[in-house]
Design a protein around this ligand. Structure first.
Ligand SMILES: [Zn+2]
Length: 573
C-alpha cells in the first residue's frame, strides 16, 4: 500500500510528553505549592485536556484551571526579570526562552507581560533542568518498526517541530543514526545526509517538502502521527497519515501497522473497517485501533476507482466487514424497501449510474468485487449510531444526532435502534421561513440549512463585522467579548428553531449536537438550551425533558459505519 514513510518524532519515536507535563507540574510546585494535586492526577488531566495543543493554548489552559496561579506569577515578576537579565540566559539550554522573551519584548515591556508569558518563562527555565534521559525516552515498539522498515531498504524521513541541534542530540541518545533517514526536516533546518538547508518552519509545509521529494522517487508515502493537529498538518501537506485511535503506539497498533503495509506479516484478530467518504477528506478506521486519513475526496471518481481503493483497504484475510458512510442523499426507489442514491446528488453522481443507483445492488456488487461484506449508509445515520453506542447519546433510547457543518446532517435512534427509513433524513431542509432565501439548487426557500448551515453562519459573521471563522469568534466570546457572545445567541436561535420543529412531532429524550461549529462548546450550548426553555418554541413540559448534549465521538461517521457493519454481520450469523 505504501512504499515510503514519514515519521513524526515526539510521541512516535520518543516519549517527550511526560517530561513536558512534568515541567509544568514543577512550576505549580514552585509557584503555588499548597494548591496542587498529586502528580498522577495532574498528569491525567493535562494529558487529556492539553496534549497536542500549542504552547500558548497549554499555558492558557493551566491558568484557567488554577486561578491563583496568575496572582502568584505576577508577584514573581521581579524575580523572573532578574533571572532574565542575569548571565544564565546565555546558557545554550535557555536559547529557546531567550528567543521567546525577545519576541514578546517587541510588543510589551517586561513589566506588562501577562501571566501566560510569565508562566512560559518560569516553565522553560525549569525544563532546562530536567535531564535528557527523562526528557527523551525511546518508544521501543516504534523504534523496532522503523528499523524493520530500514532493514527492508524502505525509505524513511523524519519531520519534527524541534530544532535540528536538539533532534541530533535526541536521536543519538536513543541510538538512531540521523543518516539512516533520507531527509530530516526540523523547525529551523533541513538535514539530508550531511547537507543542511533551510526549513519552511511550518509543519504542514515541512510535510509538503518531504512529500515533493518522496513522490518524485517513490509515489506512495504515508506519515505516522500521534496527535490530531499533527495528522492535520500531514493532510495539509498532501500526505496520507496514520493515527492511533487512542493516540498511543500499543502492541496492537504496531502489529496492525506492520500487517497493513506488509500483508505477509502475522495477522491480528479479524476486525471491521469503516470508511467516511467526506467532501474533502477520506477517513478509514481499522477496528478500534488505527485511523488512516487521505487528503482527497472520491466524489468525482469513477465507481471502479472507488472499488480499487476499497480493495486496498480491505484485505479479506483480516477484515470481516466494511461499512461505508456516504455524504450523499438517499431517496426511495421503486422496489419495495429499497433506497437509491439520488441522481442529482452533488456527491457521488456516478454511483447513481450503477444499477440505477439501487442501494442493495451497489452493496452486492461491491461485496463481490472487494471480497468482504459491504454495507452502505448515510453519514448522518452513521454518526447517530456512533453517538448512541459510544458518545453523547449513551443510555437514551430515542435520540436525534445532528451535525452542524456545511449543511445539517441528521440521524435518529428509535427504541435503541438506528432508524433506516426508505430515504435519508432531509431535516436540514425543514422550512422555517417560507419567505426566506432560496436554497441554491433546490426548489424551496427558507430551510434550516439556509439559516444555520456554514454559509449562513459566515454571512451572519460578515454582517456583524466578525471574522469568517467560528473558532476565532468562539475564542473572543470566551474572553467575554459581548459582540461575539451575541453572535452565538443569534446563531443558537436559528439552531433552536429547527430542533423545536423536529422535537415537537417526534418524541425524543435527547438531541446530540456535533460538527465543527459545535466545537464552540458552552458558548453555543448555554444560549441554545436557554432558548429552547423559554416556552414559546417548545412547551415547558417537553423542553424540560429533552436533553441537549454535545457529541463526544471522534470520527463518528467512521465509527458508526464500522458498528453498522459489525451489527449487520452478527445479524446474518
Ligand atoms: Zn433546503
Amino acid at each position: 500500500m505504501f512504499n515510503s514513510f514519514i515519521f513524526d518524532k515526539d510521541g512516535v519515536l520518543v516519549e517527550t510528553e511526560e517530561a513536558r507535563i512534568r515541567s509544568y507540574y514543577n512550576v505549580l510546585k514552585e509557584v503555588i505549592p499548597h494548591e496542587i494535586p498529586k502528580w498522577k492526577e495532574y498528569y491525567n488531566w493535562h494529558n487529556r485536556a492539553l496534549t497536542g495543543k500549542s504552547r500558548a493554548e497549554v499555558v492558557k489552559g493551566i491558568i484557567q484551571k488554577y486561578s491563583s496561579l496568575s496572582t502568584a506569577l505576577l508577584e514573581r515578576r521581579e524575580l523572573l526579570k532578574k533571572k532574565w537579565k542575569s548571565d544564565h540566559f546565555n546558557k545554550s539550554d535557555y536559547k529557546e526562552v531567550k528567543k521567546e522573551v525577545e519576541s514578546w519584548l517587541k510588543n510589551y515591556d517586561f513589566d506588562d507581560f501577562p501571566p501566560e508569558s510569565l508562566l512560559s518563562i518560569q516553565r522553560l527555565i525549569m525544563y532546562a533542568d530536567i535531564p535528557l534521559e527523562e526528557k527523551c525516552k525511546p518508544i521501543e515498539r516504534m523504534l523496532e518498526f522503523l528499523q524493520f522498515l530500514q532493514k527492508k531498504k524502505i525509505p524513511t524521513s523524519l519531520v519534527t517541530e524541534n530544532e535540528l541541534k536538539r533532534t541530533k542530540k535526541e536521536l543519538k541518545h536513543i541510538g538512531l543514526d540521523i543518516n539512516s533517514f533520507e531527509i530530516v526536516v526540523c523547525k529551523d533546518r533541513t538535514y539530508c545526509k550531511g547537507e543542511e538547508s533551510e526549513s519552511p518552519g511550518n509543519k504542514s509545509e515541512m510535510y509538503s517538502l518531504v512529500n515533493k521529494e518522496f513522490s518524485k522517487k517513490y509515489k506512495n508515502c504515508v506519515a505516522i502521527e500521534d496527535t490530531r493537529p499533527g495528522m492535520l498538518a500531514a493532510s495539509h501537506g498532501g500526505v496520507p497519515c496514520f493515527l492511533p485511535c487512542e493516540k498511543k503506539f500499543t502492541k496492537q497498533v504496531v502489529s496492525l501497522l506492520k500487517v497493513l503495509c506488509f500483508p505477509d506479516e502475522a495477522s491480528p484478530e479479524p476486525f471491521a473497517v469503516g470508511i467516511d467518504f467526506g467532501g474533502t477528506h477520506t477517513t478509514v478506521g481499522f477496528g478500534n485501533t488505527l485511523w488512516l486519513y487521505f487528503p482527497r475526496s472520491f466524489k468525482e471518481e469513477d465507481p471502479e476507482e472507488i472499488v480499487r481503493f476499497l480493495k486496498k483497504m480491505c484485505n479479506p484475510s483480516m477484515v470481516q466487514a466494511l461499512g461505508i458512510g456516504l455524504a450523499t442523499t438517499f431517496v426511495p426507489a421503486q422496489k419495495k424497501k429499497e433506497r437509491r442514491v439520488w441522481e442529482y446528488s452533488s456527491k457521488f453522481k456516478k454511483l447513481s449510474k450503477i444499477e440505477n443507483g439501487y442501494f442493495t445492488e451497489i452493496q452486492e456488487l461491491w461485496t463481490k468485487k472487494v471480497g468482504v461484506p459491504v454495507v452502505i449508509l448515510n453519514d448522518g445515520e452513521a454518526a447517530a449510531l456512533a453517538e448512541h453506542r459510544r458518545g453523547g447519546g449513551r443510555g437514551y433510547s430515542n435520540i436525534m444526532v445532528m451535525t452542524l457543518g456545511t449543511s445539517i446532517g441528521v440521524g435518529f435512534i428509535f427504541c435503541g435502534r438506528l432508524h433506516i427509513g426508505p430515504y435519508s433524513s432531509r431535516a436540514s431542509h425543514i422550512i422555517l421561513d417560507p419567505n426566506g432565501e432560496w436554497d441554491k439548487g433546490e426548489n424551496h426557500r427558507g430551510c434550516w440549512k439556509t439559516l444555520a448551515g456554514r454559509a449562513a453562519l459566515y454571512e451572519l459573521a460578515d454582517n456583524m463585522g466578525l471574522e469568517r471563522d467560528s473558532s476565532k469568534i468562539t475564542k473572543k466570546a470566551q474572553k467575554g467579548d459581548k459582540k461575539a457572545q451575541f453572535f452565538y445567541e443569534l446563531y443558537a436561535e436559528r439552531v433552536a428553531r429547527g430542533i423545536a420543529n423536529i422535537v415537537r412531532p417526534l418524541p425524543l429524550e435527547c438531541v446530540v449536537v456535533g460538527g465543527g461549529i459545535a466545537q464552540a462548546g458552552d458558548i453555543l450550548f448555554d444560549p441554545l438550551r436557554a432558548r429552547l426553555k423559554r416556552g414559546d418554541l417548545l412547551d415547558n413540559s417537553v423542553a424540560s425533558v429533552v436533553k441537549i448534549v454535545p457529541a463526544q465521538c471522534e470520527e463518528p461517521v467512521v465509527v458508526g459505519a464500522q458498528l453498522y457493519a459489525e451489527e449487520a454481520l452478527s445479524k446474518s450469523d
